[in-house]
Write a new protein. Structure first.
Length: 582
């Protein structure tokens, strides 16, 4: 049991008291001393910090003021809805972290107001049970005992997710639940709520370009890692051998993180074996590293009870092949935290596109022939396309690929993600960055590691996201290579082989062999499973690819593994709810 729990009810009603007593009994069994009980309100912190900062106003979670933030948490909270609104806006501009802030005023119409931090590092999930409003970051624990009457698998939402899995970070495939959007102030009154978005990426995207100094970026990453280090407890690292995890490792070492071990998983193919790079990083940073081979064996049809649940499938939250093993290894050495490099590709901009040429050029970045040719080489684009983008921004602009999965039966349009907010006025490359960051937030989803450890993705910290959004993509890439500014920022702390390598490893060959060995399991789970029975996948299209020879030749691994993740999530929830396909 972890995270936080908030209960809110009308204090003049007697009916909910038996539910409050049952909840309190569950809390007492955990010897929980972070508990506030007021008329109409119960707040439990569990693993989270819990502080009453003013009468009726509480902070739950971890709040930091580093990462380039000069201010500290505002302490003056006016005792009105308008005053709390102003406090929330100041809070978002001064502090960051993984937290919620609440204001409880049972005598007012807006009895409960909730501020969620902008990145959505943990969901804030709300529902009602017998007249009591539950809000928690750990819904699995409480939905088992106190579910809403309407809790069920939403097959339409599942169908959309199968068609557009890139929207996983915001998927809501369960009915009866409200997931509060990040960076939002929500006022609850009666059984209704009103949400106002206080933080949107658009507000941090500049229309011009300023030359950024690599040292400033390195310092900001260091500050964020130093803030996360206040969690305490031994940590482990995912060390893939790539640039992003190496940057996190370098800053974690500088921040004095108690790193017990770094883990590198590798396959038996050259492209899937990054050990030469991870070894160089570990040696340079003096980190104890463990190399673990990925087993070449068929997938097993696990029973639904062993599948990860959560309020959405854990697409992107953990590797299908080593998530469970990493959690086990970390538990064996008593680790409490896991640090990853997730988010770096979007934050520092890894995506090669000629649309970078349309970005604002900073002082000292002249549109010379040499620079345009360098951009063309990096993006593998014809030079005329790069020149066209540089001279006529938006020329040849294409809409982002929103085609549904070929295996999906859902025929509706892509439902826009909410986190990016409005994108009008932003360049195509900047829109691409915002959308990519939104998608990378799927890393916050359920996984075996997140069930056993506090998983931290430092590169998705609010100050870093705001900083990267404020930089021209031309500045981030120097118009010549992916993540150029980040490379320059850590050039003196990481091996040259890491800074200068042009690409990264790939496990496609390993995935192909695993899936080819697992055809029978895939056919049973996918062609005869919950998704097929619900009619959200096209069995004929799927059957064509579930062939050993086809899987060895063609790259459809991501689609199949994503579908299997959704299938197992749906099986687990149907078993849990006793809800079969209608």
């Amino acid at each position: 049991m972890g995270g936080y729990l908030i209960l809110q009810w009308s204090p003049d009603r007697e009916a909910p008291q038996h539910v409050v007593a049952r909840v309190k009994d569950q809390i007492d069994r955990k010897n929980q001393d972070k508990l506030i009980l007021r008329p109409g309100l119960l707040v439990a912190g569990f693993d989270d910090r819990l502080e009453e900062i003013a009468p009726g106003t509480y902070i739950l979670g971890h709040v930091f003021s580093g990462g380039g933030r000069a201010g500290v948490m505002p302490v003056s909270v006016a005792q009105t809805v308008a005053g709390f609104d102003a406090w929330c806006r100041t809070m978002l501009s001064r502090c960051w972290g993984s937290y919620v802030a609440i204001r409880h005023a049972p005598e007012e119409n807006d009895a409960l107001s909730v501020l969620t931090e902008p990145m959505g590092m943990r969901d804030c999930v709300a529902w009602e049970h017998e007249g009591i409003r539950f809000l928690t970051s750990d819904p699995d624990q409480w939905l088992k005992l106190f579910p809403p009457e309407t809790l069920a698998v939403d097959q339409d939402a599942v169908a959309h997710l199968v068609a557009y899995p890139a929207t996983a970070a915001e998927a809501k495939p369960l009915t009866g639940l409200t997931v509060l959007d990040p960076g939002t102030l929500t006022h609850f009154f009666g059984s209704a709520q009103k949400m106002e978005r206080l933080w949107v990426p658009h507000d941090f995207c500049r229309r011009d370009a300023r030359q950024a100094h690599p040292d400033a970026l390195a310092q900001m990453v260091d500050d964020c890692l130093a803030a996360w280090n206040s969690h305490g407890g031994p940590a482990v690292l995912e060390l893939s051998g790539g640039l992003d995890s190496a940057i996190v490792a370098a800053s974690a070492v500088k921040a004095g993180f108690p790193i017990e071990r770094a883990f590198t998983f590798f396959s038996d193919t050259l492209s899937g074996d990054e050990r030469r790079f991870s070894r160089a990083i570990a040696a340079r940073l003096d980190i104890d590293a463990l190399e673990i081979p990925l087993a070449l064996q068929p997938l097993e049809a696990d029973p639904p009870a062993s599948h990860r649940t959560g309020i959405r499938p854990g697409i992107g939250a953990g590797s299908f092949f080593h998530d469970r093993r990493l959690a086990q290894e970390a538990g064996t050495i008593g680790a409490a935290l896991l640090l990853t490099g997730r988010g770096g590709d979007a934050l520092f901009f890894q995506h090669p596109t000629a649309q970078v040429a349309a970005e604002p050029w900073a002082q000292g970045q002249f549109r010379s022939r040499a620079r345009l040719e360098a951009l063309a080489r990096w993006t593998q684009s014809p030079i005329w396309r790069v020149i066209g983008q540089a001279c006529f921004p938006g020329w040849g602009k294409r809409q982002s690929d929103s085609r549904p999965s070929r295996f999906a039966t859902f025929d509706g349009p892509l439902r826009s993600m909410r986190w990016p907010g409005r994108l009008d006025g932003l360049s195509p490359a900047k829109q691409m960055q915002v959308t990519a960051i939104a998608g990378d937030r799927s890393a916050f989803g359920p996984s075996h590691c997140s069930a056993a450890l506090q998983v931290i993705h430092p590169l998705l910290s609010q100050p870093l996201v705001e900083y990267a959004l404020g930089q021209s993509i031309m500045v981030l890439t120097d118009g010549r290579r992916d993540r150029a500014l980040a490379r320059a920022a850590f050039a003196d702390r990481l091996p040259a082989a890491i800074i200068e390598r042009p690409g990264k490893g790939a496990l496609s060959g390993y995935f192909g062999r695993i899936l080819a060995m697992s055809v029978e399991t895939l056919r049973i789970e996918l062609l005869e499973g919950a998704l097929a029975k619900a009619g959200v996948i096209d069995p004929a299209a799927l059957e064509q690819v579930l062939d050993t020879d086809y899987l060895m030749r063609e790259d459809c691994y991501s689609e199949l593994l994503t579908m299997l993740e959704i299938e197992r999530w749906m099986q687990a929830w149907q078993a849990r709810l006793g809800q079969g396909p209608s």
